[in-house]
Ligand binder design. Structure first.
Ligand code: NAD
Length: 503
C-alpha cells in the first residue's frame, strides 16, 4: 500500500503541469495550442475523471506540422549518419533518465500495470539505441556489375512521413516507429491516439531537448477522423506508418489514395496459441496466461485463441481456470497488480459485450465474465470454453483480458482452426516434436511464430502480420525499406554496343 501511495505522490508531481496547462502540440520546435483554440478532455481509466485538456489539432495544425517537417527535411536528410546516430543516442539517454516519469504517466493514461510499463519505457530507449546504431549505414546499397555496366544502388530517405499510433503501449510503439524514421533521415509528423496523449508529448520534448533540430519531429494531437485523416491526405507527407485497427487501415488506404501514399500497417490480431498433447504443459500454461492477460489483453500479439488438443483439454482448461482466479486486478501503480482498467468506457462496453455474445452463441463462461463495478473501467479476466471456430468470440479481436478456448483432434484440424480467421499476426506453437513444430510453423498463416515461447522480441528480426493484420515489416533493415527509397545508377563501362537509330 505504501508503495502505491509513494508512486501516486510522484505521479502527481509529474501530472501537475498537465493539469495546469494542458497538453499542447509541438510544431517546428514550438509548443502551440491548436489553431482553432479548441481542446478536448483526457481521462484516466483508473478513476474516469478528466485530468487535462489536450490541444485538438485539425487540418490547419497538420498543415503547419507538415510544412515544418518539409522545411527541416533537406538538412536532416543530408546530415552525416554518425551525427544522427549521436543525437538518437542522446534521446535514448534522456528516455532512460526519465523512464520512471514515462512509466508512471503511461500507467495513469492507459491503465496498464507498472510491472509492464516500467519495462516498456526502457524498451523505448532501446528502440532509439538500436536504430541509432544503424543510422550510419542506412543509405548503403549494393554494387551489381554486368559486363557492360556497373550498377550501384543507394538509399535515400523518402521525405516527411506521418506516424499514427494507438493507445496500447503508446510510448513503446511510438518509439518503434519514430526512431527508424529519424535514423533513416526522414522528418516526422506524429499523431498519437486521442486516448493516451501524455507520453507522446514527453517524447517530443525529450527529442527537442536532446538537440533534434526544430521541425524534425512534430507532434499534433487530435482525433483520427480530423487530424489523422488530414495527415494521411497531406500532399507533402510521403508515407504513413500506422498502428491500429484493421478497419482504420482500410480507411487510411482510401484517404491516402489520391496522393499515392506509401503505407505500412500494423493492425489487429486473433492470434492462436496451439498446445499439442506432447508439450511441456507447465510452460505452455505460463505462456498462455501471460500472452492473453498481460497488458490487459490490449495487445496486438496477445494469444486470444487457445487451441488445445482434446486429449489434454480438460486438464489444461481446469489448470487455466485456477490460474485466472489468482490473477490480481487493481490499480496500475500497485506493485501487485497484474491487470489494470481498460482504456476507455466504449472499449469496456465493447469487451463486455462479448460476454453476452458468448452466452448467445452457446459457449461457456468458465472464468470471469463481468465488469468490476466502481469508478475505473475494470473487467474480470475471462475465459470462454466450449467455443466453436465459427463463433464471433473465436473470430473477432476483442482486445481485452478475454480468452476463447477451442479443442482440436489432430494437427490438420488445429491448422484449419488457426488459419480460419481474417487475421494473421502471430502464432504460438507448443510441442516437443521438432518435426511437428516445423510443419505447423510452415503452414501457419502468420507473420511471426514463436515455438515453445511467449512473445520475445529481438529487434533485428521482422515484426508484422499477414492478411488483415498488416502490410510491411518493422525491425532491422526492414524498417529502412519502408522509410527509404532505393535508387539504381547504371555506369556504362564504355565497351558495350549502343543500338544505332537513324545512322
Ligand atoms: P484505432 O485504429 O482506432 O486508432 C489508432 C490511431 O488511428 C489513433 O491515433 C486514431 O486517432 C487514428 N485514426 C482513427 N481513424 C483514423 C482515420 N480515419 N485516419 C487517420 N487516423 C485515424 O486503433 P486503437 O483502438 O487506438 O488501437 C487498437 C488496435 O491497434 C487493435 O486493433 C490492435 O490490434 C492494433 N494494434 C496493432 C499492433 C501491431 O503491431 N499489429 C500493435 C498495437 C496495436
Amino acid at each position: 500500500m505504501s508503495m502505491l501511495k509513494d508512486r501516486l505522490a510522484v505521479l502527481e508531481g509529474h501530472l501537475a503541469r498537465f493539469r495546469a496547462r494542458g497538453i499542447e502540440n509541438l510544431i517546428g520546435g514550438e509548443s502551440r495550442p491548436a489553431q482553432s483554440g479548441r481542446t478536448f478532455e483526457t481521462r484516466s481509466p483508473v478513476d474516469g475523471v478528466a485530468f487535462a485538456q489536450v490541444a485538438e489539432g485539425t487540418g490547419a495544425d497538420i498543415d503547419a506540422a507538415a510544412q515544418a517537417a518539409k522545411a527541416a527535411f533537406p538538412d536532416w536528410a543530408a546530415m552525416a549518419g554518425a551525427k544522427r546516430k549521436a543525437i538518437l543516442h542522446r534521446i535514448a539517454d534522456a528516455i532512460e533518465a526519465r523512464a520512471e516519469e514515462i512509466a508512471l504517466l503511461e500507467c495513469w493514461d492507459t491503465g496498464q500495470a507498472w510491472r509492464f510499463m516500467s519495462k516498456a519505457a526502457l524498451r523505448g530507449a532501446e528502440n532509439f539505441r538500436f536504430f541509432a546504431d544503424l543510422a550510419p549505414g542506412a543509405r548503403d546499397g549494393k554494387a551489381l556489375p554486368t559486363p557492360g555496366h556497373l550498377n550501384v544502388t543507394s538509399r535515400a530517405p523518402i521525405g516527411p512521413v506521418g506516424v499514427i499510433t494507438p493507445w496500447n503501449t503508446p510510448f513503446m510503439l511510438s518509439t518503434w516507429k519514430i526512431a527508424p524514421a529519424l535514423a533513416a533521415g526522414c522528418t516526422v509528423v506524429h499523431k498519437p491516439a486521442e486516448f493516451s496523449p501524455l507520453t507522446a508529448r514527453i517524447l517530443a520534448e525529450i527529442c527537442h531537448d536532446a538537440g533534434l533540430p526544430p521541425g524534425v519531429l512534430n507532434l499534433v494531437n487530435g482525433f483520427g477522423e480530423s487530424a489523422g485523416k488530414a495527415l494521411t491526405e497531406h500532399p507533402d507527407i510521403r508515407a504513413i506508418a500506422f498502428v491500429g485497427e484493421s478497419r482504420t487501415g482500410s480507411a487510411i488506404m482510401r484517404q491516402g489514395a489520391d496522393t499515392l501514399k506509401r503505407v505500412h500497417f500494423e493492425l489487429g490480431g486473433k492470434n492462436p496459441v496451439i498446445v499439442f498433447e506432447d508439450a511441456d504443459l507447465d510452460r505452455a500454461l505460463d505462456a498462455a496466461v501471460f500472452m492473453i492477460y498481460s497488458l490487459n489483453g490490449e495487445r496486438c500479439t496477445s494469444s486470444s485463441r487457445l487451441l488445445v488438443q482434446e486429449s489434454i483439454a480438460d486438464e489444461f482448461e481446469a489448470r487455466l481456470i485456477e490460474r485466472i482466479g489468482r490473477l490480481r486486478v487493481g490499480h496500475p501503480l500497485d506493485p501487485e497488480t497484474e491487470i489494470g482498467p481498460l482504456i476507455h468506457p466504449a472499449h469496456l462496453d465493447k469487451v463486455t459485450s462479448y460476454f453476452d455474445i458468448a452466452r448467445k452463441e452457446g459457449a461457456t463462461i468458465a472464468a470471469g465474465g463481468r465488469r468490476i463495478e466502481g469508478a475505473g473501467w475494470f473487467v474480470e479476466p475471462t475465459l470462454f470454453t466450449g467455443a466453436r471456430p465459427d463463433m464471433r468470440i473465436a473470430q473477432e479481436e476483442i482486445f481485452g483480458p478475454v480468452l476463447t478456448a477451442l479443442r482440436f483432434g489432430d494437427e490438420d484440424e488445429a491448422l484449419a482452426m488457426a488459419n480460419g480467421v481474417a487475421y494473421g499476426l502471430a502464432g504460438y506453437v507448443w510441442t516437443n516434436d521438432l518435426s511437428r513444430a516445423l510443419r505447423v510453423s510452415e503452414r501457419l498463416e502468420a507473420g511471426m511464430i514463436w515455438v515453445n515461447s511467449e512473445n520475445v522480441r529481438h529487434l533485428p528480426t521482422p515484426f508484422g502480420g499477414v492478411k488483415a493484420s498488416g502490410i510491411g515489416r518493422d525491425g532491422g533493415d526492414w524498417s529502412f525499406e519502408f522509410y527509404m527509397e532505393t535508387k539504381n545508377v547504371a555506369l556504362a563501362l564504355g565497351a558495350h554496343q549502343i543500338p544505332k537509330l537513324g545512322g
